[in-house]
Design a protein around this ligand. Structure first.
Ligand code: GDP
Ligand code: IMO
Ligand code: MG
Length: 457
């Protein structure tokens, strides 16, 4: 009998964009399958291989390694159109995708009205003067709402045009009502592509249906029972990599609610979002930037002024090239927050950390490390739950010396500047989670390995 494989979950431990894509790609030297289990094309994962950059949104970051099978699990909300765009972009670059990509038939579909609702809601908040979430405008939240309300159109419905049409009519009657009466969609200035589906503020059935049926033809050959395929691969000895999107502080339950995304981004959801038992998740790697960034609204205790030249925040923003992969928005920047990481370690059960973008700190004279907060006159050592309490937190910092030497491209821990080594050791000591990997540039090869996540010891 074949022995079953060892599996690793990769999660973001902050507010996303920690460098998950780079590390997932690196780990595919060992893994034979990569699985996305939540989120949608709100994700933007960047891979740099031999100087060539690839940005992935829905397709797992194993696609650049020939022979690796990529899976989109049931926990992902899927825009068939965006997936096909991404596939053809990769095909143009000479990457074979269709025979290596498997899509769960249980994925809820993102359809144009979800995008319209997402955009119209943010516009309504802006008009009312209430804080916008700053979503990616990709329809993620509304698609998950339909899933939880048990009315979503799923990938498997694409196989049955009549069933698809009936469900679509029902969904459109609800969402068009909300769009036109509650969100005043007829008065909004719509951009393409959504403008093309709208007439008098309502999404037109024919436009959505015809397009979905055209997508179905291309998508269905890749659709299957991903849960069954993953369990079979595991039994046959495959090493599987579960690729998280977003980050723990964007998790719908454990993040800075309501300034979060609409899925569980924590490691435990790898099981539910892929259709495997939790016992198959053997190791959890927490990808952690050597400082913090966040895109969109919501509290960020250690945020710095990142706009003024000459400030540490400006250094992080510019040297770190902190610009969103998906929306091109600037990422807000701030100091490393160890009290936040403790929350992440707790809710993910982290086995080890990979500290990324350490090189971005090169040249800073001093580093501030947040070790806790003052909240309503009391000291707390763990990030509180939810935006309201986090908003009132004032960080308590420990100061550490920076370093002048370059760490760019270093591949051995002992060759890092001494103060950089001390910084990493201090993070380990405060959070209680061992640093197992370090990343020193966007390039696949510029990675320090201290303990291999796929090794059983
Ligand atoms: P993800 O969403 O977690 O996959 O991260 P993104 O790809 O959105 O953002 C991380 C950015 O940092 C990308 O542009 C990466 O190429 C880049 N990056 C990853 N690791 C490193 C690193 O160690 N050093 C530097 N300077 N850049 C890195
Ligand atoms: P990756 O996988 C960073 C943020 C948005 C917004 C909030 C809700 O690349 O790390 P949504 O469109 O999901 O409803 O937006 O979540 N957000 C991300 N921020 N990285 C991401 O993905 C993100 N995906 C969503 O900016 O604040
Ligand atoms: Mg990203």
């Amino acid at each position: 009998m074949a022995s079953s494989g060892r599996n690793v979950v990769v999660v973001g431990t902050q507010w996303g964009d920690e460098g998950k894509g780079k590390l997932v790609d690196w780990l595919t030297e060992t893994a034979t399958g990569v699985v996305r289990f939540q989120g949608g094309h709100n994700a933007g994962h960047t891979l740099v291989i031999n100087g060539v950059k690839t940005a992935l949104h829905l397709i797992p970051s194993g696609i650049m390694r020939p022979g690796v099978t990529c899976y989109i699990g049931n926990g992902v909300v899927l825009s068939a159109g965006k997936l096909l765009e991404e596939i053809s972009g990769l095909e143009k670059a000479g990457i074979q995708v269709r025979d290596r990509l498997r899509i769960s038939e249980a994925c809820p579909l993102i359809l144009p009205f979800h995008v319209a609702l997402d955009v119209a809601r943010e516009a309504a908040k802006e008009k009312a003067g209430t804080a916008k979430i700053g979503t990616t405008g990709r329809g993620i939240g509304p698609a998950y709402e339909d899933k939880i309300a048990r009315r979503a159109l799923r990938v498997q419905d694409l196989k049955h045009p009549e069933r698809f049409a009936a469900k679509l009519r029902e969904l459109l009657s609800l969402h068009n009502h909300v769009l036109s009466t509650y969100l005043n969609s007829a008065d909004l200035a719509w951009a393409e592509p959504i403008a093309g589906y709208l007439k008098n503020g309502e999404i037109q059935f024919d436009a959505v249906y015809d397009e979905a049926m055209a997508h179905a033809e291309e998508i269905l050959p890749m659709v299957g029972d991903v849960s069954r395929e993953l369990n079979a691969a595991h039994q046959a000895g495959a090493c599987l990599l579960f690729e998280g999107a977003q980050g723990t502080l964007l998790d719908i339950d454990h993040g800075t609610y309501p300034f979060v995304t609409s899925s569980n981004c924590v490691a435990g959801n790898a099981a539910a979002g892929a259709g495997v038992g939790p016992g198959l998740l053997h190791y959890v790697l927490g990808i952690t930037k050597a400082y913090c960034t966040r895109v969109g609204g919501g509290p960020f205790p250690t945020e710095l002024d990142w706009l003024t030249p000459g400030t540490p925040g400006y250094h992080l923003s510019t040297v770190g090239a902190e610009m969103g992969t998906t929306t091109g928005r600037h990422r807000r920047c701030g100091w490393f927050d160890a009290a936040l990481l403790k929350r992440s370690a707790q809710v993910n059960g982290l086995s080890g950390l990979c500290i990324t973008k350490l090189d971005v700190l090169d040249g800073l004279t001093e580093l501030q490390l947040c070790v806790g907060y003052m909240l309503d006159g009391e000291r707390v050592d763990l990030l509180p739950m939810g935006a309201d309490d986090i908003e009132r937190c004032t960080p308590i910092y420990e100061t550490m010396p920076g370093w002048d030497e370059s760490s760019v491209g270093v591949t051995e821990f002992d060759r890092l500047p001494l103060n950089a080594q001390n910084y990493l050791r201090r993070i380990e000591a405060i959070t209680g989670v061992p640093v197992h990997m370090v990343s020193t540039s966007p390039d696949r090869d510029h990675t320090i390995l201290l303990h291999h996540p796929f090794s059983a010891a």
